[in-house]
Design a protein. Structure first.
Length: 134
């Protein structure tokens, strides 16, 4: 029962982490491009770095939490074990998402403003490399 529980926990939590990372990366690029003053290269680079950091933190957390909790002895224990561990993973994924969104919104506004001004503080037209500007 213990080995099955650990295998299911790893499989489900890693799968959930990959799905969340891909979803956030795919849908977040538009937000990043806007935050970074339509600089697509900077936005894509930042997006990739965020995904790598997201994987490192979440995979580390998933592996570290294997040691916590009592080992399941019955099928009911296994469901409690999995729901507790996966619940913690989901909360951590959500917290990471909101932390990243807050940081990017604050940092992105500053970078976007900086990219839209020349060295004298005058407005500059944004670059439009493959990005449709409205």
């Amino acid at each position: 029962m213990i080995e099955i529980s650990y295998a299911l926990y790893l499989l489900l939590s890693l799968g959930l982490t990959v799905w969340v990372a891909r979803t956030l990366s795919k849908n977040g690029i538009v937000f990043l491009i806007e935050c970074f003053g339509h600089d697509e290269v900077l936005a894509r680079s930042t997006n990739h770095l965020l995904v790598v950091g997201f994987y490192l933190v979440n995979l580390g957390w998933i592996l570290l939490t294997l040691q916590f909790g009592s080992e399941p002895q019955t099928v009911a224990d296994m469901f409690r074990f999995l729901s507790t561990k996966l619940g913690i993973v989901v909360v951590v994924l959500g917290a990471m998402h909101f932390f990243n969104m807050n940081a990017i919104a604050k940092f992105g506004r500053k970078v976007g403003q900086w990219l839209r001004e020349d060295s004298f503080g005058n407005p500059v037209e944004p670059k439009a490399e493959g990005v449709v500007l409205r």
